[in-house]
Design a protein around this ligand. Structure first.
Ligand SMILES: Cc1ncc(COP(=O)(O)O)c(C=O)c1O
Length: 394
């Protein structure tokens, strides 16, 4: 079958591929600890599940309007306005099947072939995939490891942004490095966007999974609301990855174009899912706090454990549920190390290069697994990586 040429430019997410290889090993009887997939291991809160069931029983099995159910759009607008110090209404919100379609729609709506797009590298792989798919020009911006922290390289961003830059993708807290962008850096990013008339996709899907400080949205900075689309959703905050529920919050003038893209593809987000999302936003929030508390406990275990392995250092992530250890001292390439950990140690992790070329020398671990499994995984990693580091040194 001859595919359209554009398909050769479309990337993917290797997490799903590693998961498939890990499952193969499990079918052969091997024990594998899964640290590859970026989804909470918690169940969706019971009140949300019950709201979904009630919605189905009440017949919420039909199409909804393309941009989403009015009540949910209003609830999202209220929640975002309150939590992010912005002033938006339902006319600014589009409900989508997961947060991912917001990337897809927004880039399709705004980016022309040849336009430059700034995005983080290492970063969520779909940003780069979409840039390539649209024939736009990649402008990846790296991170600097400053002591125990990763910091997005704003000096480089300031140098590379210009009149050809159409869009800037900002992600805080970050997948994969887990760092959150401090307010002073957000101010500089906003200044670059205003000066060069750049639109911003602010991926804030981890905004409630934050261990230090409070969250600042780029959209809340002066002059930014009219040039920012926030991507956020339910997948991570409410452990709802399989429900497929997210949203974009954007200038009202952009909503009809994005809604038209949704009409042409998904039509709308599943209706009972939207009603469950309404309960998630308006019901009790204790399960979110409990989940974040448990993630923090695991983060502390994992970062300490990784730093105790010879040849490995790991910065302290301020948010999300990922660790991004530096393994350069082991002498191994990232992919080789990830394969070795899977096949020899039975620990599934991702190569840093799954998140862009700048990820070489790193691995990504998701600590969305039980405390006990994380302890076991660290022990297995220690024995395999340390042996290798010593062999290299010798
Ligand atoms: C940075 C980032 N943005 C967006 C998404 C997409 O989330 P969803 O499952 O809601 O489409 C993910 C999921 O892993 C992510 O890590």
């Amino acid at each position: 079958m001859e595919l359209a040429r554009r398909m050769s430019r479309l990337g993917t997410e290797t997490a799903f591929e590693v998961l498939a290889r890990a499952r193969d090993l499990e079918r052969q009887g091997r024990d594998v600890i899964h640290l590859e997939i970026g989804e909470p291991d918690f169940d969706t809160p019971e009140n949300v599940v019950q709201a979904g069931i009630r919605a189905l029983e009440a017949g919420a099995t039909h199409y909804s309007p393309s941009p989403g159910i009015d009540d949910l759009r209003r609830a999202v607008a209220e929640d975002q306005s309150r939590r992010k110090n912005i002033d938006v209404g339902p006319e600014n919100v589009i409900i989508t099947p997961g947060g991912k379609p917001v990337m897809f729609y927004l880039m399709l709506a705004l980016v022309e072939e040849g336009d430059e797009v700034i995005y983080p590298d290492p970063g969520f792989p779909i940003y780069e995939s979409m840039v390539d798919f649209l024939g736009a020009r990649r402008v990846p911006i790296g991170f600097k490891e400053e002591g125990q922290r990763f910091r997005w390289d704003i000096d480089s961003l300031e140098r590379q942004a210009g009149s050809r830059t159409k869009l800037m993708v900002v992600n805080t807290p970050s997948n994969p490095v887990g760092s959150s962008i401090p307010e002073e850096d957000l101010q500089r990013i906003a200044e670059v966007a205003r000066r060069n008339d750049i639109f911003v996709l602010s991926d804030e899907i981890y905004s409630r999974i934050l261990y230090e400080g409070s969250f600042t949205s780029l959209a809340s900075l002066p002059g930014m609301a009219e040039r920012t689309c926030i991507l956020d959703g339910f997948s991570k905050t409410y452990a709802m990855t399989g429900w497929r529920l997210g949203y974009g919050v954007m200038p009202a003038e952009l909503v009809p174009a994005v809604a038209r893209l949704q009409t042409n593809s998904a039509s709308c987000t599943a209706t009972f899912t939207q009603l469950a999302g309404f309960e998630a936003l308006t019901g009790p929030q204790d399960s979110v706090d409990e989940m974040v508390g448990e993630f923090r406990r695991r983060r502390d275990l994992v970062i300490e454990g990784l730093n105790a392995i010879e040849g490995v250092t790991c910065a302290l992530p301020e948010g999300a549920f990922y660790a991004f250890p530096n393994i350069r001292e082991t002498g191994m390439q990232s992919r080789e190390a990830a394969d070795m950990l899977l096949y020899e140690a039975g620990v599934a992790v991702l190569s840093g290069t799954s998140f862009g070329a700048n990820g070489e020398g790193y691995l990504r671990l998701s600590y969305a697994n039980s405390y006990e499994n994380l302890e076991k995984a660290l022990e297995r990693m220690r024995s395999v990586l340390q042996t290798r580091t010593r062999a290299g040194a010798g």
